[in-house]
Ligand binder design. Structure first.
Ligand SMILES: Nc1ncnc2c1ncn2[C@@H]1O[C@H](COP(=O)(O)OP(=O)(O)OP(=O)(O)O)[C@@H](O)[C@H]1O
Length: 258
């Protein structure tokens, strides 16, 4: 089980600052993929950082698996836009580091596990041994995904994880994430922040649109898994959902759930 509950969460950054998150109520189910979208400054990262335990609510509670949670933990793996790898470690060692936090196994076994995980995200041979700075942004993000799966947290929290790569790489990484997620026996709960509506629809079970710190709309994505990007984009419902989301981002919609 890996559920997240935002129980009436509000966050203010300082006494004179405006409230970044207001009475935020959301239940996220185990194995669900949820995206937060909305215009700049609407509170997406604040909501994600509360889930990560990096921010404590000013009011209300974050509840993870029925426990009030106010700090980071190994039950929640985090990936940020800027790759979040340790620059002083090779790609292999980055993944190994995560494995060591999770498993008490001989080094050789963990090395093989790390190499296998990197192979699965398409980082093979010499690319495993070099430092992250020696490979492209898209490849670094593959390593970050491998490291997240190595940590094997039941919850993944991702803040614009694919924003810094080109469109083609971005689509590859989205599919890679979904492939890995679908293959897991106990599917991870994934919460991600994105500015990209197509990404949100392709990946998510539900898309949560924020507006000035409040939930404006929660949109269920009805497409079955395994999803084929082209197929879903050709469905008439896809366009309706996309238009609804665009509208919800641009203006305050009254009476949110779709
Ligand atoms: N450390 C901080 N100190 C003060 N105000 C902050 C801080 N971080 C965020 N804010 C403010 O809180 C509000 C929500 O910010 P947040 O970063 O959560 O929005 P966002 O939707 O993720 O934005 P973006 O899409 O631009 O990343 C904004 O008004 C922002 O200026």
């Amino acid at each position: 089980m890996s559920t997240i509950l935002y129980d009436n969460v509000s966050v203010s950054y300082g006494t004179n600052e405006k409230t970044a998150l207001k009475n935020f109520n959301l239940q996220i189910n185990s194995g669900e993929i949820i995206s937060f979208i909305g215009s700049s400054g609407c509170g997406k990262s604040t909501a994600l950082n509360v889930a990560a335990g990096l921010l404590t609510p000013t009011n209300g509670e974050l509840v993870v698996d029925d426990l009030i949670t106010r700090s980071p933990g190994i039950d929640r793996g985090v990936v940020f836009q800027n790759y979040s790898l340790f620059p002083w470690m090779s790609n292999l060692d980055n993944v190994l580091f995560a494995l060591r936090q999770r498993y008490d196994l001989p080094n050789k076994t963990l090395q093989a596990k790390a190499a296998d995980l990197l192979d699965r995200v398409g980082i093979s041979g010499n690319f495993q041994k070099v430092y992250p700075s020696k490979i492209s942004g898209g490849m670094q993000q593959r390593v970050a995904i491998a490291r997240m799966f190595a940590l094997d947290s039941p919850i993944f929290l991702m803040d614009e994880p694919f924003a810094a790569v080109d469109e083609i790489t971005r689509k590859h990484l989205q599919s890679l994430l979904l492939d890995l997620w679908e293959k897991e026996e106990n599917r991870k709960t994934i919460v991600m922040v994105t500015h990209n509506i197509e990404e949100a629809i392709y990946l998510s079970d539900r898309v949560v649109v924020l507006h000035e710190g409040e939930i404006n709309s929660v949109v269920a994505i009805p497409f079955e898994r395994h999803r084929n990007r082209r197929e879903i984009e050709n469905k008439s419902e896809y366009l309706m959902i996309k238009n609804h989301l665009l509208q919800a981002i641009e203006e305050k919609i009254v009476g949110g759930e779709r």
